[in-house]
Each structure stands twice: as structure tokens, then as C-alpha cells.
Ligand binder design. Structure first.
Ligand code: ADP
Ligand code: MG
Length: 253
């Protein structure tokens, strides 16, 4: 599980000023839970994920994955996180290569992941030959290939057009819901309330910086979910409106 206790982060700003970016924040995420975070721009969402991933050190408090995982949590960054000089195959296998996994094993895992995200015909292509949606698929395949129990996703579909976003949301749901036994723990940051409701078991609304958790909404929709159909459910609209009521005052602040 992910245990976050009294976590805060302050950055050094210009001329010796301090930027209070996050917290103090308390949060517990159970193993196998899919939690979505929405919050105004600049409230510390990316900082929170980077702290959990261990890419930043907290100013106070702690963010820990317990028990300590064999594979560190995979972070899918905002925007394009493919390496332009590597083929799709090499991009997806990168984490495994860094870990020193034998070639045969790595190739088998990469092939499986490419099938999962529908990119097998593009295994030897370079990112410049791919659309935005395909590059996001590469980033997701890379994260899944690492096989960490925890996936941290920072607005991974934010730059996509709506059709591609719906396709990838459905794909992510299919992969996650399809996992038998131990589902991955996912912490997914998005600026879209709809996306949070479509994907998550729970939606956390963060307040204006320094971000803390203002509200927590359990998402009641049954799985497996189908994005387009779910959005037409009146209960979906009602819950979205409720979240927007909380969020809008934070966006104004
Ligand atoms: N490395 C950094 N140095 C200084 N300030 C930073 C750094 N990273 C983030 N910040 C500041 O921290 C605040 C939160 O940023 P961020 O976590 O990126 O917000 P969000 O992802 O919610 O938009 C912002 O004010 C941002 O400018
Ligand atoms: Mg961000």
C-alpha cells in the first residue's frame, strides 16, 4: 500500500523565496486500488507523484510504498515520454534493460506488451513515425513491462484528442480490469473529472497550492466499464457535477 503521512514539499523560489507546493497531506492507498486525483493547475499533483516515486525528497513527512517493493513504482510522465532515438521495441524494453534482464526474457515481455497495446506492427518504428496516441501507448507499455506493482500516471492522456483519449482509457481499463489476481495499484492524475470517474475506484479532489485533499469521492460504477456508455449514465453526470462543485472554488482561489 501507499502510506503518506504529513507529507509536504517546499521549493526554493527566486531571490531566496520559498514556494509551498504541497501539503501537509495524509493519504492511504490500498493495494490494487485505482485512485484518481483532480485539482487545479499548480496545486502539487506532479510533485506528489514525484515524491512517491522517490524522484524528490519530502520537506517534511513521508511517502512510502509498503512493504518495500521489488520494483520501484513506474511513473508515466505528462506529455511525450518516449526516447526519440530508440525504436518502439527499445523504448518498451528500456526499464528491463536497465535492470539487466536477459535479452530473451526481455524480448518476450516486450512482445507481450506490444500486443497488449496494439503496437506489434510498429515494433521497429521510431517515435517520430508515430501519432501522439501511439506514443502514449509506448509509454504505457514501457510502464507495464517494468511490472511494478504500483503505477503512477501523470496526466498521461492530457495531450490527446478526444477519440484517442477514449480509446486509451478503454484500453487501460481493459488491461487493469483484466488482470487476474493481484491488480496493480494505480495513482492517476488528470485534469478531467470525467476521466477520473471513468477510471477510478476513488477520486481525490486537491485544493489550491499548497495542495491538500479537499474531498474524496467513492466511484460506485460497476466494472468492467466501457467509457462511452458510462458517460451516458445519468448517475455519471450527477457525480461529475458534485465533484465540480468542490473543484471550482479551488480553481478560483
Ligand atoms: N523543481 C521545482 N522548483 C521550483 N518550484 C517547483 C518545482 N517543481 C514544481 N514547482 C512548483 O510547485 C508547485 C506545484 O507544481 P506541480 O506539482 O507541477 O503542480 P501540478 O502538477 O498540480 O500542476 C508550482 O507552483 C510549481 O511551480
Ligand atoms: Mg502536473
Amino acid at each position: 500500500m501507499i502510506s503518506i503521512t504529513a507529507l509536504s514539499k517546499t521549493f526554493a523560489g527566486p531571490n531566496g523565496s520559498a514556494i509551498a507546493a504541497l501539503g501537509p497531506l495524509e493519504l492511504t492507498i490500498a493495494d490494487g486500488e485505482f485512485v484518481c486525483i483532480v485539482g487545479p493547475s499548480g496545486c502539487g499533483k506532479s510533485t506528489l507523484l514525484r515524491l512517491i516515486a522517490g524522484l524528490e525528497a519530502p520537506t517534511s513527512g513521508s511517502a512510502a510504498v509498503t512493504p518495500a517493493p521489488a520494483v520501484t513504482p513506474s511513473l508515466v510522465f505528462q506529455g511525450d515520454s518516449t526516447f526519440p532515438w530508440m525504436t518502439v521495441n527499445e523504448n518498451v524494453g528500456y526499464g528491463l534493460q536497465v535492470r539487466g534482464e536477459p535479452d530473451r526474457q526481455r524480448d518476450a515481455t516486450v512482445a507481450r506488451m506490444l500486443t497488449l497495446v496494439g503496437l506489434t506492427p510498429f515494433a521497429e518504428a521510431y517515435p517520430y513515425q508515430l501519432s501522439g496516441g501511439m506514443k502514449q501507448r509506448v509509454a504505457i507499455a514501457r510502464a507495464l513491462a517494468n511490472d511494478a506493482d504500483t503505477l503512477l500516471m501523470d496526466e498521461p492522456f492530457g495531450a490527446l484528442d478526444e477519440q484517442n483519449r477514449i480509446l486509451l482509457q478503454n484500453e487501460l481499463l481493459r488491461i487493469w480490469e483484466g488482470e487476474t489476481g493481484a491488480r496493480k495499484t494505480v495513482l492517476f492524475v488528470t485534469h478531467s473529472i470525467d476521466e477520473a470517474l471513468v477510471l477510478g475506484d476513488r477520486v481525490l479532489v486537491m485544493g489550491a497550492a499548497p495542495g491538500t485533499i479537499k474531498a474524496e469521492i467513492k466511484v460506485p460504477f460497476a466494472r468492467p466499464r466501457e467509457v462511452y456508455a458510462l458517460k451516458r449514465d445519468p448517475a455519471f453526470g450527477a457525480l461529475g457535477a458534485e465533484i465540480w462543485e468542490t473543484l471550482k472554488s479551488e480553481v478560483r482561489r
